[in-house]
Every structure is written in C-alpha cells, then in structure tokens.
Ligand binder design. Structure first.
Ligand code: FPP
Ligand code: MG
Length: 416
C-alpha cells in the first residue's frame, strides 16, 4: 500500500492550490487512500489541524461584571476604611514567614548556565523589592481557606507547598510582564531602582521576561494540576490582551469607561483573581469558596489598578518608585481623566490626539486636578474594595480572613 502522511499530503498540496481540498488530497494519494484518510480525519477533525482561534475563558470568569462599581457609592468613608485596615491583622505581617523566602525560592527556579540571562531574570529578586501584593494575597487566601480545615488555631496559619509555589509563580508572571511593559513604556525606573531595560537593554529585558515566563510555566506544570495550569495560562493571555487593549485608542464617554475597566481586568485584576482561585483549587475547596476567592482577587485587582492610576497623578518618583504622569505622557486616558472629561469635554479632544500637542499633558493635568476625576476614581476603587470584602464574607472567621479584609482596605488607602 502506498505510504502517505499528513506532511506528504500538505507538501504536495502546496503546489496544487487550485483544486478543492478533497480533490487535491485524492490527486496526491489516490481516491481510496484519500477516502480512508478523510473518513478517519472527520471524526477528529475538530481536534487536529484546526488552528485555535478561540479559547474560552475558564468558567468562573463570567462572574465578574465590569460595570458593577459604577452605580454604587462607597458605604464607608476613606477614614473608616483606613481605620479598619489598621485595626485588623496586617496581611504582610501574617504571611511574613513565607514571603521572606519567596525571592530566594524564585531565584532557585531561575538558575541557568548562561550568566547574563540568569542575572537579568533574577534582577528584581536579587534586590528583593516591590510590594509582593500578589504572593501575599495567594498566601493569605491559602491561610484563610486552610484554617477551615483545622480547629487548632496555632496550627491554622499555613499554606500547602503547592500554594507556596503558586505564590512564586504568580510573582514570576507579574515580573515577566513588567520586564516587557517597561520596554513598551520606555521606563527608566521601577521599584525605586533603574528598570531592567535600563540595566540590560531592551533585547535582554524581553528575553529575560520570556525566560522568567518559561520557568514559571515549568513550575506550573509541575504542580500536576491541569485546572490550575489552565487558569494561569489564561492569565498570561489576559496580560497580553490587556496590554494590546491599552495600545488601541478607546472611544470617549461611557464606553471609554467600559473599555478602561475591561482593560484593567485583563491587565491587572485577572492575575490576582485567578491566582486566588488557583489557591483554592489547589486546596481542594468547593465551588462556592472558589467563586468567593476569585471575586475577592478580581475586585482587589480592579481597586489596585484604579489607585495606581490615581497615584500616577498624585505620587512622586520617591513615593511610587516610578516616574509620575507616565499615563498622560504615553497618551493614555485612565479613570481620573475619563471622569474629568465628563466635566470638561475639551479633554475628549486631548484624549483623541493622545495628549501629543505641546502643552496637552499640562492642560489635561490642570483640568483633572480642577475636576472631580481623582475623587471619583478613588471612590470607584473603594466600591471595588468593599465588593472584595463582601465576596469573602461567607468564609469562616479567622485571623487570615481578617487580614484579607485589611488588605482590601490597604490597597485603596495606600500612597505608594
Ligand atoms: C503595568 O502597567 C503592566 C502590566 C500590569 C501588564 C503588562 C503586560 C504585558 C507587557 C504583556 C506581556 C505579558 C507577559 C506575561 C510577558 P502600567 O504600565 O500601567 O503600570 P506601570 O506604571 O507600573 O508601568
Ligand atoms: Mg508601564
């Protein structure tokens, strides 16, 4: 019998594009072989040789609605949130014993026989800076969920080894995205030190980010949990999508806000939400708990990005560790500007031309400061923090649960 393979067939088809596919296969391998081939393919054709054009988001994604905060006002004042954040268990103290080994643990995953690649990938972990909010969340969520598994309060502050590894993976993915982001944004400073592209150059910053991402992927696969692999792989797609959405100009008015909040979900909230969800999947918790932790992480993520965007107007290099006004200068309209445009429609014109004309950045800044834009942006962040707290209200009471409430408060009351 004549030997044929998909490669042979495709090779022959390359020079016979004018026939229908079936005709071409017949001409390439003969009618009988073609029939056998096609009938065997039909059964599985949706699984093989079909390019993937759509990967549906994991089921839990649809529980987050972008518009959820817009029709609400915060229930608590900012002073009350600050007080609550200070009165409850501090999340960073609570997870300290696991966080202090995090950078070291990540560095162990980044060994390479190429010293420059290794140094580049380890750059931020050698400095051991940054807020480490993602691993802190993963660990505190893990502690809170694991607390319900034991009644002994002295034993209940623990994360499983897989959850600790997840905390590292989450931080590695985040750091990889910052390597790439700083190249795209031409940033010179990050976390109060020169950015990785500044030290190693753009090419190594991109490749170092890829290396970090690949080691994160290997570590993820070694968790041997397919659902968690799917969740975190989806996050990587979301990070890319968020960044591309940010590059594409948005329209103005309500749809500008919708576009902005969706972009924030992909860029920031998805990693936090899915990391919390993955922690609860690894702990073997039920769907209701998984949903609660996913929502918690997603709302905190959205609040975090809103405050980040407010701090871009109000902070300084000393407080935020990066140059302020970076958004306007790179042509981006974030929540303070989008809200300000409702009061000062002239801003729409500046948004549309990406603040490119001389004096546009200063003009937009002046109008944002005169408007309620920053106030509304922070209130929207507060609403999201309150939603995050509400989402975990069903978890059993514990010190770790308190620390999650405190974390949601701290995210919106932070100044750095
Ligand atoms: C910071 O945004 C950037 C992100 C949160 C995500 C960046 C994602 C990519 C570059 C896609 C590639 C992803 C991977 C995983 C390699 P920002 O510029 O608003 O914040 P900043 O002021 O801190 O720079
Ligand atoms: Mg940036």
């Amino acid at each position: 019998m004549r030997h044929y393979s998909i490669f042979n067939i495709l090779k022959k088809l390359e020079c016979r594009k004018y026939y229908s596919t079936i005709e071409s296969i017949e001409r390439a391998v003969g009618k009988h072989a073609a029939n056998t081939f096609i009938s065997s393919m039909d059964k599985n054709s949706k699984f093989i040789d079909v390019p993937t054009i759509c990967v549906h988001d994991p089921a839990n994604v649809d529980v987050w609605k972008w518009e959820v905060g817009l029709n609400c006002r915060p229930k608590l004042s900012i002073d009350e949130l600050t007080k609550m954040g200070k009165s409850l268990e501090d999340p960073f103290n609570l997870v300290e014993k696991d966080i202090c080994t995090l950078s070291g643990g990540i560095k162990e995953l980044l060994g390479s026989d190429h010293p420059v690649l290794e140094a580049c990938a380890k750059y931020f972990f050698d400095i051991d800076g940054g807020k480490k909010i993602r691993p802190t969340m993963v660990l505190a969520v893990s502690y809170a969920l694991n607390a319900s598994l034991t009644n002994n309060s002295s034993l209940n502050l623990f994360a499983l080894p897989s959850q600790k590894r997840l905390a590292e993976i989450s931080e590695m993915i985040h750091t990889a995205s910052l390597f790439h982001d700083d190249v795209i944004d031409k940033a010179t400073t990050r976390r109060g030190v020169p950015s990785v592209n500044q030290i190693f150059g753009n090419k190594l910053a991109i490749l170092g980010g890829d290396f970090l991402l690949s080691r994160a992927s290997i570590s993820l696969a070694r968790l041997r949990n397919v659902e968690v692999v799917e969740l975190l792989s989806t996050v990587i797609e979301h990070l890319v999508k968020g960044e591309v959405m940010q590059m594409k100009p948005s329209t103005i008015g309500n749809s500008a806000m919708e576009y902005y909040l969706r972009k924030n979900f992909y860029k920031t909230a998805s990693l936090m939400g899915h990391s919390c969800l993955a922690a609860s999947v690894l702990g073997g918790h039920n769907e209701e708990t998984q949903r609660a932790t996913y929502l918690y992480g997603t709302y905190v993520g959205q609040a975090f990005q809103l405050i980040d965007d407010a701090l871009d107007f109000e902070g300084s290099t000393a407080t935020i560790g990066k140059a302020p006004l970076a958004d306007l200068k790179s042509g981006l309209a974030t929540a303070p500007t989008i809200f300000a445009a409702l009061e000062y429609p002239i801003i729409e014109k500046l948004i549309n031309r990406k603040f490119e004309y001389e004096g546009d950045v200063e003009h937009a800044l002046e109008l944002v400061q005169k408007s309620n834009g920053l106030k509304l942006c922070k209130e929207l962040a507060q609403v999201h923090a309150e939603k995050a707290i509400e989402a975990i209200s069903t978890l059993s009471p514990s010190l770790a649960k308190d620390s999650l409430v405190a974390l949601a408060c701290k995210v919106v009351t932070r100044s750095s």
